[in-house]
Ligand binder design. Structure first.
Ligand code: GLA
Length: 780
């Protein structure tokens, strides 16, 4: 609910309050953001407003008319550069007289019972709960410019979405060099700024930085939201834990260059800003033109990181993801990439699809290699017509044959890219992002199409519509495999080159919007060399994203934990692949590969047609189990436990009648036999059966320890040893208890782990990289 109490604005959600007021100078002073507090009349904020009696020494008085105010130390909703505030500004404009100084002051407020969408960028929406919007208009009277601050209050989600709009109401052009989406000032310092960084194959590693002085920046100039620095960030206190303490979460509904800075000023106040990266950004706006920032999402919880994550997950699932697949069970797929790479043809693919069908998969995906002369990654991007040598009957023939097996069919595309060695480049070199006459830096041998040029976007809409209507396509993997360099649009004049990166995003979003609206039944999956563009902008069009090219389960435990802070598991795809793993060469148990992938949208990416029978049988059982529990795993509430040498996750169904838990161990700690699993989120008053599924062990996994029990000596790896291994299986431990939720959540003590002093059916065999799933079902 949004209320205006005289000059005070109060924005309440179910559990939080956000509050600011108009100062006598016309600036907006931030007062509070946190757990819900009671503000009934304007005078209720007198206690929490700062008392501005005189400006601090060496500070600039804002204006002789208001001698008490120095902007440098005031908590502001929005800060412009040049009138005394020397912190991170919200907006920067270069005026016609060459000055950089702006001063935006309160003009009016409007309130609405719904929320408007942005014109050029994707927006959050609400269809099941309450949302209202406050628009504050500010005016720079010296230069006749207008700035709007938008606040959308998602009451039932404990989320506020902010954005801003700059309108050139003056006579003549100005240059906008920075426009943030969100600014938030706190009265104190010592917050922990958490960012999620990495690179290809190691996305979303959590980094905590204590910001007690100076500035810490998380940003991307990769052209994408990037795997280097995801736009989702958190602010918390040093004492905040997974389940206790205050935690703020921030994200941006944007897929391009972004910027998040946390700064502590000389008075110990903390400011955080989020928005488009101002680096090399310059929009020239003629008289009457406007510019809108992406939407920034913010939430706060007193229930630690998990509490904040629950808010974000609920918001992303309900207010970002849309379309026919929003709440639908996602299919178990088999992707051809790691099984075939570029070496595909109809017979090979069909053999793989058939093996997939037998194992229980529901969707077969033909990855890269099916179009033009795409025999390697040096050619053919841009040529979106089928390679008849590989697929003589076209996409339709393979699709029909895969359908005839009883599987849906999916296809891979990379519409934003072009190889110099392609028909498209030969026909339209002017459509490529390159600086005329200058050498170009390539990534994965490819260049980027100039989506700042609407004609290029129109062409690609046509191409994609052709591909997607060429057969009964149910799924599309939309890839994007390089970062930007040599930013330049041949379509724009020199003065406008600072607009390229953002205009590219506007073009991309138009392409995505058009094709997803045209093919509403298709399940689209975003991908950018894995997670190089995992963000809320993409999720407004594609309900799921390939989280990482790295399918190694031990990396994935860390990466998926990283993602889980800001993104629900229903947006994150995870595949079981072969071992040694193709990215790390690590060997991990097949069970662990599945157990980790099962917490995301589980699929397979391995040569099922050539795997051992025993492995295929195991995979069959995995897929059956996943289908049985996928409702809980895909749409349940996710909780993190420990994330160190041991990872603990719990996923609980919405009605709390079922839950699945994971315990994963990276490396064995010798002689630490007692381990516990602590489920979270259960109903304290419900009684559950807690159990695992027994897994028998091969004798050979114990090596020559077999002699500790064998009546005759067995030589390690001998014919006898191998023979016994085939017929004798060792029992796995069985855990099976019934207890109330509160009992289980105090920590279920698991069977003792093997520690070199004995082994029987009550011993938990828990080597390096072992894991277990635990199932909880309400007993009625
Ligand atoms: C990227 C993707 C992979 C695969 C290849 C195909 O690397 O992340 O999953 O699709 O491209 O070239």
């Amino acid at each position: 609910m949004i209320r205006q109490l005289d000059k005070v604005f109060v924005l309440d959600t179910k559990n939080t309050t956000y509050c600011f007021q108009v100062l006598e100078t016309g600036h907006l002073e931030h007062l509070y953001y946190g757990k819900k507090i009671r503000i009934e009349e304007a005078s209720d904020v007198r206690a929490i407003e700062e008392k501005h009696a005189f400006p601090p020494g060496n500070g600039n008085v804002y204006d002789s008319q208001f001698p008490k105010f120095a902007l440098e130390d005031i908590r502001l909703e929005m800060s412009a550069y040049g009138k005394g505030d020397i912190r991170e500004p919200f907006i920067e404009v270069i005026h016609r007289d060459g000055s950089y100084t702006s001063d935006f002051l309160y003009e009016k407020a409007e309130m609405y019972d719904d929320k408007k969408s942005l014109d050029t960028l994707p927006s959050a929406y609400e269809e099941a709960g309450k949302v209202s919007e406050l628009i504050i208009s500010l005016k720079d009277k010296q230069y006749d410019l207008t700035l709007e601050l938008h606040y959308s209050v998602f009451e039932d989600r404990d989320v506020i979405v902010r954005s801003s709009k700059f309108i050139n109401t003056s006579k003549g052009a100005v240059k906008l060099t920075r426009l943030m989406s969100m600014q938030l000032d706190f009265a104190t310092s010592g917050y922990v700024f958490t960012t999620f960084n990495g690179n290809w194959a190691r996305e979303m590693y959590r980094h905590d930085t204590l910001v007690s002085v100076g500035k810490h920046v998380n940003s991307s100039y990769a052209g994408t939201s990037s795997n280097r620095a995801n736009p989702f960030v958190m602010l918390s206190r040093p004492e905040t834990t997974e389940d206790q303490g205050i935690c703020y979460g921030f994200n941006l509904i944007y897929s391009g260059n972004h910027y998040e800075a946390a700064e502590v000023n000389a008075y110990g106040k903390t400011r955080i800003v989020t928005g488009i990266n101002p680096q090399s950004f310059c929009f020239v706006l003629a008289e009457g033109e406007s510019f809108e920032s992406p939407e920034a999402v913010m939430t706060v919880s007193n229930e630690g990181f998990n509490g904040m994550s629950r808010n974000m997950h609920d918001f992303v699932r309900n207010c970002i993801v849309r379309g026919a697949w929003k709440k639908k069970a996602r299919p178990v797929l088999l992707n051809s990439w790691e099984a075939c790479y570029f070496n595909i043809n109809e017979a090979r693919l069909l053999k793989l699809a058939k093996a997939g069908k037998e194992a229980g998969v529901e969707l077969f995906v033909m990855d890269d290699g099916w179009f033009g002369t795409r025999n390697d990654d040096k050619q053919a991007l841009g040529d979106w017509y089928v390679n008849k040598k590989k697929l003589p009957g076209g996409v339709k023939s393979i699709c029909d044959k895969v359908n005839a097996l009883g599987l849906d069919f999916g296809i891979w595309v990379e519409p934003e890219m072009i190889n110099v060695n392609s028909d498209l480049y030969r026909a339209h070199p002017e459509w490529v992002m390159e600086i005329p006459g200058k050498p170009h830096s390539e990534g994965r041998n490819q260049r980027i199409l100039d989506f700042a040029n609407p004609a290029v976007v129109d062409y690609m809409i046509e191409q994609m519509v052709n591909v997607f209507s060429s057969a009964n396509i149910s799924y599309v993997k939309w890839d994007m495999n390089r970062i930007f360099s040599d930013y330049y649009s041949k379509h724009l004049k020199a003065l406008h080159q600072g607009e390229v990166a953002h205009r590219y995003m506007i073009g991309l979003y138009r392409l995505m919007r058009t094709v997803t609206e045209r093919f509403p039944h298709i399940l689209f999956e975003g991908c950018a060399s894995g997670g190089n563009r995992f963000d809320l902008g993409i999720l407004c069009y594609f309900p799921q994203i390939w989280a990482s090219d790295d399918t190694d389960a031990i990396y994935r435990a860390k990466g998926q934990t990283g993602y889980s802070y800001g993104y629900p598991m229903s947006t994150l795809t995870a595949h079981v692949s072969n071992c040694p793993n193709h990215q790390t060469l690590r060997e991990t148990p097949l069970a662990t590969r599945f157990n980790v992938a099962a917490f995301g949208l589980c699929g397979y990416e391995c040569n099922l047609a050539e795997m051992k029978k025993e492995e295929v049988e195991e995979i069959k059982a995995q897929i059956a189990l996943y289908k049985e529990w996928r409702d809980v795993l895909q749409y349940g509430t996710f909780y993190r436990g420990r994330s160190d040498n041991i990872y603990e996750w719990t996923c609980v169904s919405q009605d709390k009648s079922k839950a699945v838990g994971l315990v994963l161990q990276k490396l064995v700690e010798p002689n630490t036999t007692y381990e516990q699993f602590t489920p979270k989120g259960l109903d304290e008053n419900k009684k559950y059966r807690f159990y695992n599924i027994e897994k028998k062990r091969n004798v050979k996994t114990f090596g020559d320890l077999v002699n500790a029990i064998a009546p005759i000596h067995i030589k390690n790896d001998s014919i006898l040893h191998n023979g016994i291994d085939k017929v004798v299986k060792m029992p796995g431990e069985v855990e099976d208890y019934t207890a109330y939720g509160d009992v289980l959540m105090s920590g279920v003590k698991l069977k003792s782990a093997f520690c070199g002093t004995g082994y029987d059916e009550n011993t938990r065999f828990f080597k390096d990289f072992e894991s277990r799933l635990y199932f909880m079902e309400e007993i009625l």
